[in-house]
Design a protein. Structure first.
Length: 411
């Protein structure tokens, strides 16, 4: 074990190396202290065009004061510039952070916080006519203490972007790959959209993010959002509409549930024959169909501001939700009603029959409420469908009882 490895073991410092557009990011031992550095790619450090852009970038970064700006100094020797030494701090790239801990994306508020901080940073840069151009996860840093995103360099200072972002051009607006193309706010909207697409790649992307990202990364700049703030605003508005609709639906559901329990739990005198109880299933009904709660609820809201394509997509999503709710509630209703009209229950006293029936109907109503909440459908819709299903099953059992005969509770 050499001296540097001994220090690594003693201090617990990782010398992880990571590829990024500028070169290789890692911790380097300088004067017995580890520093964060970026070793420049030879094709960049040997390019006069790149070095001129870097000088302009350094001049701007030195004066630009913002929590999202990561400052650095340039190290050079007789052969020229060879690396960037970053300011002291404990940080990594977003790529490294989420590779080590992908569950961070699922934390409440994490995605929204990162998006909001990036939008505010881009707005400040745009006020100075400076543009990030590329927000690849290997090119965006993050403080491990607070999770705040940081940028190091700014693509608008470099003319040869095709060489600078070689291997990362998927995160670069297509128009910037053309010679002499000038970046603008719409090209940064594209970069932001690609970053958010990567951030949400392993999770369920909600309706508002899916629509906003699709617009942000459109190949035609004119079809994108005009500014990053417009993209954030579109996401916020759709999310607010969804929450308002869910709150209204919850209030209606509570009212209908109280009324439904009263009417549905009143037993009806019928001639009953023993019916074999249906098989019980405890699985989550919506997991079976490959849809998440967020996806089913994502499209609920005011449709007046939606395009025809969005309305069609929302209608298809709601139709699928109705189909799932109807199938799963039918199974639950069949199970509960089979218990109510079982031979053992029907042979009990009238008081015992009523008590058992009320208990089982309470269970069915709670299950209806759970399925309705998971589906994201309006409460009046799910209540109406549930009533139809219960009535249909009861009619089927009445026909069976009339056919086969059997004792009534009074017998």
């Amino acid at each position: 074990m050499n001296y540097e490895e001994m220090l690594d073991k003693r201090d617990g410092v990782s010398t992880h190396q990571e590829k990024m557009p500028l070169g290789t990011f890692y911790k380097k031992l300088i004067d017995r202290k580890y520093r964060n550095v970026v070793e420049l790619r030879p094709e960049l450090s040997d390019s006069m065009l790149f070095c001129d852009g870097l000088k302009s970038d350094v001049a701007f970064t030195t004066e630009f004061r913002h929590d999202g700006q990561l400052h650095f100094t340039v190290n050079a020797d007789s052969n020229g510039i060879y690396e960037l030494e970053l300011e002291n701090g404990n940080y990594s790239t977003f790529y490294q952070l989420l590779t080590n801990n992908p569950a961070l994306v699922a934390q409440d508020g994490f995605v929204g916080q990162v998006l909001g901080q990036l939008v505010r940073l881009l707005e400040k840069l745009h006020e100075q006519n400076v543009y990030a151009c590329c927000l690849a996860p290997q090119n965006v840093f993050v403080r491990k203490s607070g999770g705040s995103p940081l940028v190091l360099t700014h693509g608008s200072f470099y003319k040869d972007k095709k060489t600078l972002y070689e291997g990362f051009d998927d995160f670069l607006a297509p128009e910037l790959l053309q010679d002499d193309a000038s970046p603008d706010m719409r090209s940064d909207v594209y970069a932001l959209g690609k970053f958010m697409e990567w951030l949400l790649r392993d999770g369920s992307m909600s309706f508002e993010y899916k629509k906003a990202i699709a617009k942000a990364i459109d190949a035609d700049p004119d079809k994108r959002f005009a500014t990053p703030a417009d993209m954030l605003g579109a996401i916020t508005r759709k999310r607010s509409m969804g929450r308002s609709a869910l709150m209204l639906g919850a209030a209606v559901t509570l009212t209908l549930l109280c009324v439904g329990i009263y009417f549905e739990t009143v037993p009806q005198p019928v001639d009953v024959e023993f019916v074999q109880p249906a098989e019980q299933h405890d699985d989550n009904p919506f997991d079976d169909d490959g849809l998440t709660d967020a996806e089913l609820a994502g499209g609920v809201g005011d449709t007046t501001s939606m395009s025809e394509e969005e309305k069609q997509e929302l209608a298809a999503s709601q139709a699928k939700s109705e189909e799932i709710f109807r199938r799963q509630f039918t199974r639950e209703a069949e199970r509960v009603l089979s218990k109510i009209y079982s031979k053992e229950n029907m042979n009990s006293s009238e008081q015992a029959f009523i008590s058992a029936s009320n208990t089982l109907m309470d269970e069915l109503m709670r299950r209806r409420d759970q399925l309705a909440a998971q589906s994201g459908l309006p409460a009046d819709k799910t209540s109406h469908m549930a009533s139809q299903i219960i009535s249909s099953i009861r009619e089927q059992k009445k026909k069976q009882l009339k056919t086969y005969g059997g004792p009534t509770p009074s017998e």
